[in-house]
Design a protein. Sequence first.
Length: 299
Amino acid sequence: MSAAVATTARTAVARPPTRFGRTPTISRHLRKDRRTQLPIPQVKILTREFGPCRVEDHYHTTLADDAMYMTYVHEPNGRAEPRPKRLTYDPTDPYTKNRHNPPVGGEQLGKKPPPPSRPDNVVRLEKISIHTMQKEALQSKQNLLGPIMALRALTGESFKAGGRHSAEGIQLVRGKKSVGGWIRPGVPVGAKVDVKGQAMYDFLGTLVEFVLPRIRDFGGVILPPQSSSVNSPSAVSGVVSFGIPPEAMGLFPQIEVNIDSYPKQYGMHLHFVTSATGVGAQNRAEALLSGFQVPFLRK
């Protein structure tokens, strides 16, 4: 038995000690992305959700039912047929055969009724758009590095991250026309990012639990006056927008741990895009956000 152990020991010693320490030879180089100059892996890397999201589960288990109950409109006899967009003429009449027939009623954006109240039409949050503008970027584009890194730290979004081809990452906001001689077309003046899926609910939970309660003199999001029109484009868009001051950036846990790494704090505009459409879309969108503990205030 000892002879067998000695033979095994000699065999192990005879192997080169650096067998697994050598760098493997590269037989085929990876292709590089022309835009980022980073190697493209041979297999598609797709990330999944690592754990359940409490805010998203709250919507599907509680808030969706409450939103349908609050916004339900009973229509026992169904809806009347919509008005035709164009007038109808007798096709056999030679005087109206080639007559110009324009649309009737003009723009119907603020007059369209909401979709029928059904479980598949419950108002939901589709995405959160975060936008910040830096006037100092007009002098030097390097001043946009701080906002870009802040948005990336807050949302974790990057271009096609995790194999998600719809992820656009952080985008530059460029001027569309000349304003006062200090904004020119095509000049980058800010950054924005669209957050969807679980990252959207994670950001919303952080906002309502850590940031909004700690903002000084913040009573809630100002609602439009009751005398405002219900047919305006903003009232039927289903988008709730408000801004947070620059000092609120340091209240996010992702920024608070290394706030000294940023040259300054930046204010942000938050746009909550919902699926609500038609007359009363703004009220349904605000009711949805109030279920997520976003405070509202009417002066």
